[in-house]
Design a binder for this molecule. Structure first.
Ligand code: IMP
Length: 197
């Protein structure tokens, strides 16, 4: 069976190919011959993952899956959530002079200044559609937001996210360690189980 991963992110494609031991052929969007943007218009991860998967399924008529991830911070009522990627480009506090990722972290630390509750979680939702039937999986990692950045590995909010049970941020861990406990690792392993690989 061929399976399309509705993403252009080559890092995510590599990761899933390792986890599925190459027992199934997983194609990225460009390999599947799809060019262009996929809409992501909803306020929840579940709806966006679903929208992306159906969008590609309906256009390419092939089994496929999509993911959506957000950082949910307790003291910010779950923000940035679905807006995690472009947090520093929206709302009242914006950092147009900074690279988007640097701005995201700076904004997060500014909004948490003086707050004692720094609990947060990363959450990934995967939607897979096989023969017109949709199934969803969730992966969560709980942790806290550090008050300063540490580490140079990973991406996004990794330099300020300390998973529960650890003293280091995701950006201080090697990728193997991060994948074992991460939101995306947990959700992807559920997908691998579902595919019986
Ligand atoms: P996406 O849905 O996987 O594209 O993730 C949306 C945004 O969440 C990214 O642009 C990052 O800012 C953030 N994010 C997702 N996964 C991670 C992670 O593993 N570490 C740090 N930030 C992440």
């Amino acid at each position: 069976m061929n399976l399309i991963f509705a993403t252009n992110n080559l890092h995510k494609l590599d990761e899933i190919r390792v986890l599925t031991h190459n027992r199934i052929r997983i194609l990225g969007l460009s390999e599947a011959g799809f060019q262009g943007e996929i809409p992501e218009e909803y306020p929840t991860l579940e709806q966006n993952a679903s929208q992306k998967a159906w969008y590609i399924y309906n256009r390419l008529n092939q089994n496929c899956f999509a993911d959506d991830t957000g950082l949910e911070v307790e003291a910010l009522d779950g923000a940035p959530g679905v807006y995690s990627a472009r947090f520093s480009r929206i709302g009242e506090l914006q950092y147009p002079e900074l690279d988007v990722t640097e701005g995201n972290i700076k904004k997060l630390l500014a909004m948490l200044e003086g707050k004692t509750n720094r609990r947060a979680r990363f959450r990934t939702v995967i939607s897979i559609i096989v023969e017109g039937q949709e199934t969803q999986f969730e992966g969560v990692v709980n942790g806290t937001i550090a008050s300063v950045e540490s580490g140079t590995r990973g991406f996004g909010y990794d330099p300020v996210f300390v998973p529960d049970g650890e003293t280091r941020t995701f950006a201080e861990m090697n990728i193997g360690k991060k994948n074992k406990i991460s939101h995306r690792g947990v959700a992807t392993n559920k997908l691998v189980d579902f595919l019986n690989l």
